[in-house]
Write a protein that binds this ligand. Sequence first.
Ligand SMILES: Cc1cc2nc3c(=O)[nH]c(=O)nc-3n(C[C@H](O)[C@H](O)[C@H](O)COP(=O)(O)OP(=O)(O)OC[C@H]3O[C@@H](n4cnc5c(N)ncnc54)[C@H](O)[C@@H]3O)c2cc1C
Length: 466
Amino acid sequence: MADALPEAFLRAVAEGFPADFLTLEPSELEEYGRDWTRVYSPAPSAVAFPRTTDEVARLVKLCHAHRVSVVPSGGRTGLAAGAVAARGELVLSLQRMNKLGPVDLLGNTVRVQAGAVTEAVHHHCAEHGLTWPVDFASKGSSQVGGNIATNAGGVKVIRYGLTRQWVLGLQVVTAQGEVLELNGALEKNNTGVDLRQLFIGSEGTLGIITEATLKLAPLPGRQDVFLFAVPDMAGVLSLFREARRAPLILSAYEFFTDKCLERVRRHRKLRSPFDAPSSHYVLMEAESKEASEVEAWLGSLFERGLVTDGTLAQSPSQASELWALRESISESLSATGLPHKNDVSLPVAALESFCSELEAVFGARYPGWEINLFGHIGDGNLHINVMKPEDMEKAEFLAHTKAADHAMFELVSKHRGSISAEHGIGLLKKDYLSYSRSLAELELLRTLKRAMDPLNILNPGKVLDV
Ligand SMILES: Cc1cc2nc3c(=O)[nH]c(=O)nc-3n(C[C@H](O)[C@H](O)[C@H](O)COP(=O)(O)OP(=O)(O)OC[C@H]3O[C@@H](n4cnc5c(N)ncnc54)[C@H](O)[C@@H]3O)c2cc1C
């Protein structure tokens, strides 16, 4: 059961905000208290829906005065339980703050409210031949504030980099309810420590992002979408080496295994892309100048035995069909079973040895279990999903995977990788943070949190305990 909010707090909200500002409705508490992780039971005390930065600031001031914990909440597509409210917190949903400002065609920027849906920003800017190049399967639900708070990655990182690179300015409400305007729309601003960067990737623990000035890129030219079959992980990486030397600008280099494909086909009722099955597949998107050059390159891949099968989409609808195979994986795994998800990154050069050592760990820990691997492999990012065996209880499964994660993170650490490539830490990976951050770093992070949020009201218990 969620803790009740202080009477005086509820009275102040009723007096100072619109009637539809706060809900205590059980079905809404259930919905807004969870994210995509589905591991924790939601138990918020209330959900607030501000429309303006002023409302956010006044609410946070009240929360600060009454020591009410706040969970900032975007599209709740997060995969690390960062937006989960499981301990009676107040959920502050940004969903009504979804205004999109005019596109600045001289500066190539747009200022939006934090609750703007990622894909809505894409549509808004596409009319002007521009895009905000933060792109992944959940873009139809995720919000700009959530993307920034998680410093989201995605399928286009190989070309454009992370969300961090595409945020010029931030408006943030602090734990004390002060409004900060950080960096405006400036590309260059060398006036000391860039405070904006503190909030990017902070998962709602240091401040609430209410508006952002986004940097835009020109929409890319004609994109070719390829799907290749390769025999193994070594084949995925050899093809990557070739693709980097090809007459193309790579904008995505993704991989998945046959087990992922099988779940996608089952869930989405799709046909197999090739006649003969393969154990590994690569989905590649690239911009090229000369179609003839691309065809010659493609032919040479077969001649040199670098791929066992392959196809180049001949139309936008074929391209979408190929992308659907990759982008439906997360959704299909959750729809057809209970995945235990991990999202690690390694130096690309370490991927092959990491994967073979991982096989040995999994062989010992999960004999006969189904393991699904996919990810943004061109960035060294591997999504590792262990599926719950049908005949195992959920609690037993979670205990087992938690123990096995330590063995896997030892390996990640040995290869100087990261235990969270792009999903963040939230509640889910908090116990493992020391595999990727030194004790000195953790202490510095705690000092920062204590200085910025001394009462620990902003997303308490997420990322690290103070
Ligand atoms: C099918 C699927 C595919 C995905 N693919 C990718 C991928 O390729 N790459 C990737 O990086 N992620 C991916 N994700 C994860 C997720 O979509 C991203 O992390 C996304 O950026 C989260 O945005 P959101 O608005 O849903 O945030 P939420 O889940 O609502 O919140 C995420 C975190 O940000 C905080 N937060 C939210 N809004 C604010 C705000 N305004 N101010 C301060 N803090 C805030 C929350 O408290 C929480 O800690 C995927 C998820 C799904 C379901």
